[in-house]
Ligand binder design. Structure first.
Ligand code: WT7
Length: 634
């Protein structure tokens, strides 16, 4: 069945039983057809979904790079994720099986989820939230997060989810930039048996941000929290409000233009401020639903488990929207993979009969460290497919995941994509021969190239910059309120082409090998952070004059942050101060941004124009030659 691939470095070909959809040949034919006319391919995909009014133009490039998709069409992603399923066979199927870190379980059918969403949509409307208004969601991994996202989308409000592991300054910046009117948070969240005081962090962030009129607090931990009269309300109390005339628990779904914004999701770039990436109702819904269908071939009886937090793009696209649109049952687990023991994930796979597990390499490496006995205690035979996302998966972790977790039968669907792309871009489908560490080839309707700095394609096997050369439906529509930054960041390195920020190479079989970021973005445990954000958190401490952050290779996290700090006059370096600076970054940005190591220095290597040469710091830290330092200020 499979096409012949060169056998180096190593190829693994799946058994035909993993695919119900097609054998490799028909997939190749589809890819070729789509490559000849991507817009026609996406148009035929879009026809599978519900539109209140059909579109007039599939893609409009007249104002490129401000592309528009399904122009003139009207839909709502919630009409596809929920409403449509209330009258089909999915109505009483489980949408979510949720397990708390404390072992509690909560399940919700499509019907029940719709009732919660309708009720919360009604609550938001009663607080004055209208179409186009922004709502910030700062929640732990509980079902109220998808409920709140869907409720916003239903009434045409724009959600901005801030990951629950972020802290005061990161939350404040995101609330301010989005000018949110309402904040939804929780009393606290559980992680590794500890409580994260989300409401307390939110209160401190709100002291610095003025636009929020109301705060809605989900009770998760039951701890006592300060409630400001007239501003703060408990979620469960609001959810008992009568639904009014709509009655019967329903609340009408707003008819949205295809291009109306659905959400903002902030992500790190090369400057200090995070960027609010904008996604829309029409194109995003088609893109996420179709890519999930191709890459993972969901079966009606499947239990799908995307282990990412809904607070990141992976969760938006493949815990919330993609699976619901495809009528799938998802598992959500609240806590840490090692709590209380390192077999927690395998216990969950066994307990719920998970068929597809989609996780990050850093989690796999973290669990691998405890040895295979933890996995071997459990029956993992329900698994059909495994997935990987967030950073390149090293061949050693690939093989362990494949052999120990997948029993040597399950293909590993290694999906390359970004917050900005909204959907999988480069990924195998289950029937494809795999090479450990390669995300294989672009999905149908996606065109990618690897270019040298002068814009010409590199030779086979050579490293270059990964670009996407034609628009795709779930592409970002811009950076919130900053069109120049959108053009500058993504479309000016290679005019007319989308620059991903990644370097890659293509091998003789057309397989892509992602190497990593070429900008000042660091991937720590798969989380995306900007060196500039970490540096500005350090500099906000009174003892710090200047700071530089770099990414150093790390066995489990992929990369770890090392920071170099120049103290202000009157402050002395000490281990206690290094400790305090680390805690300061964790308090301001969030624990994920805390440097692994902080070193005090007398000077930072800079160019004559004053730019910190992180490359030189990195070479020094690794004991490697410093490379070209002709621009270094002496
Ligand atoms: C960056 C995007 C995609 C959702 C989660 C991350 C890296 C992502 C892979 C992969 C190699 C990968 C890239 C990319 N990346 N997936 N399968 N193989 N690298 O989204 O936080 O926006 O980060 O993650 O460097 O540019 P994100």
């Amino acid at each position: 069945m499979a096409q012949r691939l060169s056998q180096t470095p190593e190829v693994w070909t799946p058994d035909e039983s993993v695919t119900t959809r097609w054998v490799q040949q028909s997939y190749e034919a589809l890819r070729e057809k789509a490559a000849a006319n991507p817009a026609a391919f996406w148009e035929s995909e879009a026809k599978e979904y519900l539109w209140f009014r059909p579109w007039e133009r599939t893609v409009d490039d007249s104002n490129a790079p401000f592309y528009q998709w399904f122009v003139g069409g009207k839909t709502n992603i919630v009409a596809n994720a929920l409403d449509r399923h209330l009258t089909n066979a999915h109505r009483n199927k489980l949408a979510y099986i949720w397990e708390g870190e404390d072992g509690s379980v909560r399940t919700m059918s499509f019907h029940a989820l719709d009732r919660e969403v309708c009720q919360f949509a009604h609550v938001l409307r009663s607080m004055g939230v209208r179409k186009g208004d922004r709502v910030t969601l700062y929640l732990p991994r509980v079902l109220e997060l998808p409920i709140a996202m869907l409720a916003c989308a239903k009434i045409g409000a724009v959600h901005s989810v801030v990951y629950g592991g972020f802290s005061v300054e990161a939350l404040n910046e995101r609330i301010q930039d989005s000018e949110s009117r309402v904040l939804v948070t929780a009393d606290g969240g559980f992680l590794r048996g500890k409580v994260i005081p989300l409401k307390e962090i939110a209160d401190r962030a709100l002291e610095r941000a003025g636009t929020v009129e109301h705060v809605i607090v989900v009770r998760r931990t039951g701890q006592k929290v300060a409630m400001e009269t007239g501003r703060d309300y408990f979620y469960d109390e609001l959810m008992t409000l009568p639904l009014g005339r709509a009655g019967g628990g329903r609340c009408e779904t707003e008819q949205m233009d295809s291009e109306d914004p659905l959400f903002l999701l902030y992500t790190s770039g090369t400057t200090g401020r995070p960027k609010g990436i904008v996604h829309t109702h029409g194109g995003y819904l088609v893109g996420v639903a179709a890519t999930l269908k191709y890459a993972f071939e969901p079966r009606p009886e499947d239990r799908w488990w995307c282990a990412a937090d809904p607070g990141w793009i992976t969760g938006h696209s493949y815990v919330v929207y993609g699976p619901l649109i495809n009528g799938m049952t998802s598992v959500i687990y609240e806590g840490a993979p090692t709590h209380p023991y390192p077999d927690r994930w395998w216990r969950i796979v066994e307990r719920y009969g998970v068929n597809v597990l989609y996780a990050a390499p850093t989690a796999i490496r973290g669990l691998m460290r405890f040895g295979e006995a933890w996995a071997n205690r459990h029956d993992l035979s329900s698994l059909r497919l495994l997935g990987s996302v967030g950073e390149p998966i090293n061949p050693e972790a690939w093989r362990w995941y494949h052999r120990v977790i997948g029993g040597g039968r399950c293909p590993i669907i290694d999906t390359w994509w970004q917050t900005e792309t909204g959907m999988f871009m480069v990924s195998p489908v289950p029937s494809m021969p795999l090479k450990p560490g390669s995300a294989t080839r672009p999905l149908p309707g996606i065109r990618a190239e690897v270019l040298a700095d002068d814009g010409t394609p590199v030779r086979l096997g050579e490293e270059g910059k990964l670009v996407i050369t034609t628009p795709w439906p779930a592409m970002l529509r811009g950076v919130w309120r900053d069109p120049d930054r959108y053009v500058q960041q993504y479309w000016s390195t290679f005019p007319g082409k989308y620059f991903t920020g990644d370097s890659a190479r293509i091998d003789e079989d057309g397989y892509l090998w992602i190497i990593g970021r070429v900008d000042d973005v660091i991937k720590v445990s798969g989380y995306r952070l900007g060196t500039a954000e970490i540096e500005s958190a350090l500099v906000s401490h009174p003892a710090v004059g200047e700071a530089a952050a770099i990414a150093m290779p790390h066995e489990i996290k992929g990369h770890a942050i090392w920071a170099y700090v120049l103290l202000r006059a009157g402050h002395q370096p000490s281990p206690a101060l290094a400790e305090e600076l680390g805690a300061h970054v964790a308090r301001e940005m969030g624990p994920i941004a805390k440097p692994e190591r902080i070193e005090f220095v007398e000077a930072l290597p800079k160019t004559r124009s004053g730019k910190i040469m992180r490359r030189v710091l990195k070479a020094r830290a690794q004991g490697l030659p410093e490379g070209d330092v002709s621009t270094l200020e002496q």
